[in-house]
Design a protein around this ligand. Structure first.
Ligand code: PXG
Ligand code: PLP
Length: 442
């Protein structure tokens, strides 16, 4: 493992790291200094196989030439253009290419700089949409337990992760939550979508009964919850949510920050499940994680509802200094080209069966209480150490890093989401590596 003596001389104190045990990390840092395709290079010169696409974002693999070149060229040509009341061609070109790729009807895009900002943007569009239609009593937002929608105030309000919420006061008011769908007692070791739990969507009817539909603006869910450990929706669940939303005039928002751009073997999870939301949130894979950028897609009827009133008036009071930033737009265009050239947005469907079989071979490895998979995502849930939750999985994470494999852990769940360029031999390497590591830890 890298230790402070072989890391580039550097004072680690000033940087307050995100979602990190800062003091523990700084005693024994893990540093990456390079990357190419499926591998990182550590500060002590080792190769680490990327089993997680960085943080679920490097879908095309690392340092891909078309993306690098697009950024270099753009930086030298037009570095920044004001985002308000001005434009530059690549932001429009990208928007057209994106809406050609998104499910039918999601024909307009608002740019952001991250998944968290995409979430805030989507929630604000939903609230404002009802209001411009003269339906301003619809102010409630419905999220879900174990949902992750980034770290800003709207996102943590509709999100369902206790430590991300509990320190921060009253949050947004008028929020309620659906139950999560994770049920190992019925669905452990399921391949693909679990059989049991579609009825949990009916909880939305209960919430509607409690608050009345006329007060509810939108429901926001991740089609597959990523961050809390790859929670795959039960068969029929998302369709039921869609039907209940339609019945009551409630907007359905899919947060596809992780599932977007090929992760499930289709361009978006909406395509995989055949359920089209009214608003779709993306980020991460949009630029291959290389330049921060997010995008929120909305149905034409939502967009069009704002395009009324005097033409000289701003239609929606929202936007960021960097919305559609030229370098981010260039990176996204280079990314889309790479996805297209290499068929990456559907490669997960080809590799899915191999991935599934390889992962489920871990069923008998030590501590494993569940294996689940969909597209090119998987999770291995471990039995927690009594009285010390997360400790076992974290030990696996550190050992994996030492042995040349990057995995991600959340609670006692190992989450896997390799770049979509992964080869079968590398899938074997990931699975064999994890088996070995589970045999080495307590
Ligand atoms: N929504 C979803 C569904 C996400 O997964 C965000 C919003 C926020 O995106 P930004 O770009 O603001 O981070 C995310 C991000 C992990 C992990 O491994 C997951 C995310 C980010 C970092 C780590 O648990 N998801
Ligand atoms: N804070 C101040 C003082 C600002 O002037 C601005 C933008 O002009 C912001 C925050 C918002 O920054 P951004 O547009 O990058 O989200």
């Amino acid at each position: 493992m890298a230790n402070s003596s072989n890391v580039t001389p550097n004072d680690l104190n000033a940087f307050w790291m995100p979602f990190t045990a800062n003091r523990q990390f700084k005693k024994a840092p893990r540093m990456f200094v390079g990357a190419s395709d499926m591998h990182y290079t550590t500060s002590d010169g080792r190769q680490v196989l990327d089993g997680t696409s960085g943080l679920w974002c490097v879908n095309a693999g690392h340092c891909r030439p078309k993306i690098t070149e697009a950024i270099q060229k753009q930086a030298a040509e037009l570095d920044y253009a004001p985002a308000f009341q001005m434009g530059h061609p690549k932001a429009f070109d990208l928007a057209n290419k994106l809406v050609a790729l998104t499910p039918d009807g999601l024909d307009h895009v608002l740019y952001t700089n991250s998944g968290s900002e995409s979430v805030e943007t989507a929630l604000k569009v939903a609230l404002a949409y009802h209001r411009v239609k003269g339906d301003g009593s619809r102010f409630r937002l419905i999220g879900r337990e174990r949902g992750y929608h980034g770290v800003n105030f709207g996102g943590i309000s509709v999100g369902g992760i206790v430590p991300n919420r509990k320190m921060f006061g009253t949050l947004l008011t008028g929020v309620d939550h659906l139950p999560h769908t994770h049920d190992l007692s019925k669905n452990a070791f399921t391949k693909g979508e679990p059989e049991h739990g579609a009825n949990l969507a009916d909880e939305l009817e209960r919430i509607v009964g409690l608050h009345d539909a006329s007060t509810i603006a939108a429901v926001i869910v991740e089609p597959v919850a990523g961050s809390t450990g790859v929670l795959i929706p039960p068969k029929g669940y998302l369709q039921r949510l869609r039907n209940i939303c339609d019945k009551h005039g409630i907007l359905l928002i899919f947060d596809e920050v992780i599932t977007g751009f090929g992760r499930l073997g289709t361009p978006f999870a909406a395509d995989y499940f055949g359920v089209i939301p009214d608003i779709m949130i993306t980020a991460k894979g949009l630029t291959n994680g290389v330049v921060p950028m997010g995008a929120v897609f909305v149905k034409s009827e939502i967009h069009d509802a704002f395009m009324t009133g005097p033409e000289e008036m701003i239609e929606f009071f929202h936007g960021y200094t960097y919305s559609g930033n030229p370098i981010a737009a260039a990176a996204a265009l280079g990314t889309l080209e790479t996805y297209k050239d290499e068929g990456l947005l559907t490669r997960g469907a080809e590799l899915g069966p191999y991935w599934e079989q390889a992962l489920h071979s871990l069923k008998d490895a030590p501590y494993v209480i569940d294996v689940r998979n969909i597209g090119l995502v998987g999770a291995i849930e471990l039995e927690p150490i009594k009285g010390a939750p997360t400790k076992r999985a974290f030990a696996a994470f550190v050992k994996a890093f030492e042995q040349g494999l990057l995995i991600r852990t959340t609670g006692d769940i190992i989450a896997l989401s390799p770049p979509l360029i992964v080869e079968k031999s590398q899938i074997d390497e990931i699975v064999d590596g994890i088996r070995k590591i589970l045999q080495q830890i307590d």
